[in-house]
Write a protein that binds this ligand. Structure first.
Ligand code: ATP
Length: 298
């Protein structure tokens, strides 16, 4: 019964801008509804994953990940570590507190506190299938090329101040410096090249821009989006196409369902997953066919 549920809330207190009040309001609604809440704040990168991986299943009915997409990603990685270690599975619900909140958009979760609390109380766990990049899971998307450099180099102080604007500034700086040279890829064994590759698990990107229209968290399939040409002008054109909603109309952007992708390029170039750097090249990326249970709005 939802009302008597024991919730373990894993919270990144450094996520987002002034979002603590939102979490407090959600927790207030949940405890009014009869939930027992254990709140565990993270103190560093990796904590959220460890807390999720080591939660005692007999004492917890639902894990709640509260933070930006990076923290939600870590909690998912913790749940998948439990699976690998043969521990009892737990479902995961979310309180989005970050800048872009792509996962929340993907499951159709509205931003207001009442909707977030209702989703935790009355939502339905559904099986979702993350991607795996060199052993690290991602829920929504992974990318290599310009977007990974932007994620890597975005100024964190500016991000606190400007939110998404900091990503825009870093993108302009990276365009000025010149995006990376095209990478060599193996897509389901077939050789290809692309200057920017995005592996989409969901259809939203960087907020609510749509890249792979058909990608769904609940399908065990990756969608590869290949931005073929190198150079700053091609990159600027691609960004515009994504922002204006027609990447699928450009001839030098290919979008296709794939099972496995290897990316080879300048060693140690970054690979982003759910908006954080999760690994470096060379990278082997595939789907996790077992998945985990994520709570969607009812
Ligand atoms: N207490 C902490 N101190 C510093 N870093 C943390 C802490 N807790 C988590 N992290 C790390 O901070 C990174 C960013 O976290 P998160 O995505 O939750 O917030 P955000 O960056 O503000 O949100 P967004 O990604 O939407 O911009 C994650 O990689 C996470 O591992």
């Amino acid at each position: 019964m939802a009302e008597s549920r024991r919730l373990l809330v894993i919270h990144n207190p450094t996520a987002g801008r002034r979002r603590r009040r939102r979490l407090d309001e959600v927790l207030h609604l949940l405890s009014e509804a009869g939930c027992t809440i254990t709140l565990v704040p993270t103190t560093k990168r990796g904590d959220a994953e460890d807390f999720a991986a080591t939660a005692v299943a007999d004492e917890v009915d639902l894990l709640v990940a509260a933070g930006g997409d990076g923290t939600l990603n870590e909690v998912a990685n913790g749940l998948l570590r439990r699976r690998a270690e043969g521990l009892a599975p737990l479902s995961m619900a979310i309180v989005p507190l970050g800048t872009a909140n792509v996962l929340a958009a993907e499951i159709g979760l509205a931003e207001d506190v009442a909707s977030i609390a209702r989703c935790i109380l009355e939502g339905v766990p559904r099986r979702v299938y993350p991607g795996i990049a060199n052993g690290r899971h991602f829920l929504c998307m992974a990318g290599s090329g310009l977007d990974a450099f932007v994620v890597q180099d975005v100024n964190h102080r500016l991000k606190r101040l400007l939110g998404k604007g900091a990503y825009v500034l870093e993108t302009l700086r990276r365009l000025w410096l010149g995006p990376p040279e095209p990478y060599r890829l193996l897509i389901d064994g077939r050789p290809e090249t692309a200057a920017q590759i995005i592996l989409a698990k969901g259809h939203f990107y960087g907020g609510t821009f749509v890249i792979a229209q058909e990608a769904r968290l609940e399908e065990p399939l990756l969608w590869a989006c290949l931005f073929r040409r190198g150079g700053r002008w091609a990159a600027a054109r691609y960004i515009l196409a994504v922002m204006l909603g027609f990447p699928h109309r450009l001839r030098d952007i290919d979008i296709m369902p794939v099972r496995r992708v290897s990316i080879d390029g300048r060693a140690a170039d970054p690979v982003q997953g759910d908006g954080d750097i999760v690994t470096r090249l060379p990278a082997d990326i595939r789907i996790d066919e077992e998945g985990l249970d994520l709570v969607f709005p009812a």
